[in-house]
Design a protein around this ligand. Sequence first.
Ligand code: RBF
Length: 158
Amino acid sequence: MATALHNLSDYEFDKIPDASNMCFGIVVAEWNPEITGALLNGCMSTLEKHGALPENIHVKTVPGSFELIYGAHQMTLNGGYDAIIILGSVIKGETPHFDYICQGVTYGIARLNAKSEIPVIYGLLTTLDMQQALDRCGGKYGNKGDECAIDAIKMAKF
Ligand code: RBF
């Protein structure tokens, strides 16, 4: 999993810690729902493959990616989670909005990671078009949701 060109769903199964005693919070954005829904499916099924119980995976939705920061922050305050995952998809349009949202979410999640005791995993796809997003939520580059699940388990163990 450590190169820029890797498939997002590739990892060595046996090297991942058991997640059966872990609790995860997932915040998912409603914008581009065909993308974020596929990210969520990948993420949940990978967490469960490693032992996480469905009742220990709590999913909350927010309207758009910008609200992922608030959603993740609320989950860190809740305190019951071993790791939190944010899932969103921002697709470049004709205005500079893309840059502002991507920067805002990235900075907000980085800040949460520096300040809170619970790791927050960054599952934001920032792509130039829809095809690039499809390629990364179960297409030719795998599923970013799978990668986030694995990273959440590793960071929960950290
Ligand atoms: N939210 C996303 O999750 N993905 C997007 O691609 C996206 N594009 C947006 C483009 C524009 C012009 C605007 C105004 C909002 C967009 N949003 C997008 C919504 C944004 O993350 C947020 O929900 C709203 O700005 C309300 O705070």
